[in-house]
Design a protein. Structure first.
Lengths: 257, 362
């Protein structure tokens, strides 16, 4: 086989991204988030020094899509597992990849205390306002009035509460030093998301403590919307509830490894 | 090394440190807390990891993470805390990483109390986590044995990539006895090939317990069961006392076994032909030895600080060959030798062959 010479290489699969098909639904933005992480890992040259922690949820198999060592945590416990890894291998880069049911519901204690302790970790938090893997149930991030399979009349804030804003919540913790919310609904926002993910990993390389990037993401299947409309829905419905921006950006060394 | 007066919990902690422990994660709970306190001082002074976790749920998952790197790691807790760890234990078993868990048992159910008990036999020996798995369970009866079994726990955990539990009642955790600690072992310099450490110069390693295809999960379960079978065939440990010529067999572990030993000695002095088998591994259980003893025995007495848990395993071993009676105390009560002696005497009378029943006058 002969290779065609190229004038200028403008796009290729990152080394840290596995050469496989994913199991994600058409239009789901998990794939975009994975690619951004892979590009950042390549750019920082940390692929051989990184350990990922996979969650329970749609992204349970994210270890199949990124070419780094991985462990797979119990539901919500990724920050505890990551703590265990980082404390015994302090010179490795450790990140968790978690959805909103995983991080903001069952695993709320683990993320709060990892932040409180200033664990030197990076957290990629996918917020799509729903439980995807179990088939579209209400999440703590579900919008008021939003219909899901477990809130068929729409989320009633009187009985089911209001959406949880993780970045704002963690911003009160001294040990969390970089907290940003970005969205994956268009190319401009995706570029901003990548920049934030890169800063989150750099935060760990510098030893600044916990960094978290929340990514507003689409779930066309469980939102019952075509992919393009789902992206529009992020912009028009989610962004007003989950404002984009940096919620913490402090350059301070953590006392932890 | 000379003998020193050591509290059980502290002795286990220091033995673990000397066994090459590199990370400890735990949460305070009575009657285990001195173990965590000792670690909070010793581990940082040796430059090793110590984290007081936000819960036992987090502690066992920190263990899971650190164990995935192939380092020697442990946690310790007491009954209600261990209940909280069951999810994590199932994941650890499902991903075959080595971990040591110390359970200093207290009275239950519920919040119960902080007095010594043996009522976690079911949750640790039968395993309360979901799925088919077993963990090695080591049951010390003295502070010295707690030290020795802690060392063994790390070696077995590494050898078989399994969970090893040191299961003791609060009595042994709190008891002070003369005992000898081992010398400090050097930390292991190389990591096992399966561990996660960064995919440098090799393909990525993945530590996971998910096998979505039923065929794949069944294949994993078969492999796991084959390993457990090897452990069951190789790692049974127990202590025998006065079994020579014994017609009655007392079985008990930990503190109950220790009290039973005194009762057996007293009974022998009264001419009752009784001996003791004290299991040290509760899993794997000394089933074969008990079964051999059942061939000749008139009866068994199982002594426990619970409502009767190990007795099920004794009955499986005895397989109906002779009566199996039970004497137990619950709620944090420790049986006294006199009580056990009375139960032995009762079993003796109940199982005497007709030819040996004294004939009364007339």
């Amino acid at each position: 086989m002969t290779t065609t010479p190229v004038e200028q290489l403008v796009y290729q699969r990152p080394e840290a991204l596995s050469d496989v098909h994913t199991h994600y639904c058409p239009g789901c933005t998990h794939g975009v988030a994975h690619r951004l992480i892979a590009e950042v890992i390549d750019e920082l040259g940390i692929r051989e020094n990184t350990i990922g922690v996979a969650p329970v949820g749609c992204s349970v198999f994210c270890y199949n899509y990124l070419e780094v060592d991985f462990v797979q945590a119990a539901h919500g416990r990724a920050p505890a597992m990551a703590t265990g890894i980082k404390r015994v291998l302090p010179d490795r880069i450790v990140f968790t990849y978690q959805g909103d049911g995983d991080l903001a519901s069952i695993g709320l204690a683990e993320i709060m205390h990892a932040a409180l302790r200033g664990e030197n970790l990076t957290v990629i938090f996918i917020n799509n306002a729903i439980y995807g893997m179990t088939g579209g149930q209400m999440a703590p991030t579900t919008l008021p009035g939003m219909k899901t399979t477990s809130s068929p009349l729409g989320r009633d804030v009187e009985t089911s509460g209001f959406p949880i804003r993780i970045c704002e919540l963690l911003a009160t913790m001294e040990g969390a030093t970089y907290l940003a919310r970005r969205s994956l609904h268009n190319p401009t926002e995706i570029r901003k998301a990548k920049k934030a993910i890169k800063q989150a990993f750099e935060n760990q390389l510098h030893g600044y403590g916990l960094s978290l990037v929340e990514l507003l993401s689409s779930c066309p299947t469980n939102w019952d919307l075509p992919p393009a409309e789902a992206l529009k829905w992020i912009e028009t419905q989610m962004v007003p509830v989950y404002p984009l921006g940096d919620f913490k950006n402090v350059k301070r060394l953590t006392s932890n490894p | 090394m000379a003998k020193e007066l050591l509290k059980g919990n502290v002795a286990i902690a220091e033995a673990a440190v000397r066994a090459g422990l590199e990370a400890y994660f735990g949460y305070p709970i009575t009657p285990q807390t001195e173990l965590l306190e000792h670690m909070s001082k010793r581990m940082p002074e040796l430059g090793r990891a110590f984290v007081q976790a936000e819960s036992e749920v987090a502690a066992i998952n920190m263990v899971y993470g650190a164990a995935s790197t192939g380092k020697r790691v442990m946690t310790s807790s007491s009954s209600p805390g261990v209940s909280l760890m069951q999810e994590g234990l199932s994941y650890i078993a499902g991903s075959e990483v080595p971990a040591v868990v110390v359970d200093v048992m207290r009275g239950g159910p519920g919040l119960g109390n902080i007095a010594p008990s043996q009522s976690d036999y079911f949750q640790m020996v039968k395993t309360a986590g979901h799925g088919d798995y077993k963990q090695i369970v080591l049951a010390p009866a003295t502070v010295q044995e707690a030290i020795d079994l802690t060392l063994l726990a790390f070696d077995l955990a590494d050898k078989y990539r399994t969970i090893v539990t040191v299961l003791l009642d609060g009595n042994i955790g709190q008891l002070m006895e003369p005992a000898e600690l081992p010398p400090m072992r050097p930390l292991r310099q190389t990591l096992p090939e399966w561990a996660v450490s960064g995919a440098k110069g090799r393909k990525k390693n993945i530590i996971s317990s998910i096998h979505l295809q039923p065929e794949a999960l069944e294949a994993f379960n078969r492999k796991l069961q084959a390993k457990l079978k090897t452990i069951a065939a190789s790692e049974v440990r127990y202590k025998e006392y006065m079994l020579e010529g014994a017609e009655l067999i007392v079985a008990g572990f930990g503190t109950a076994g220790r009290v039973a030993q005194t009762a057996v000695k007293l009974a022998r002095a009264q001419g009752i032909p009784v001996g003791l088998l004290r299991p040290i591994t509760l899993w794997p259980f000394p089933e074969e030895r008990l079964s051999q003893l059942a061939d000749e025995a008139r009866g068994f007495l199982v002594v426990e600080m619970n409502a009767g848990q190990m007795i099920d395993d004794v009955k499986i071993a005895v397989a109906g060959q002779c009566p199996v009676e039970f004497y137990g105390r619950t709620g944090g009560m420790v049986p006294l030798p006199d009580e056990v002696l009375a139960a032995i005497a009762k079993l003796d009378q109940a199982t005497l062959p007709a030819s040996r029943i004294p004939v009364l006058n007339g």
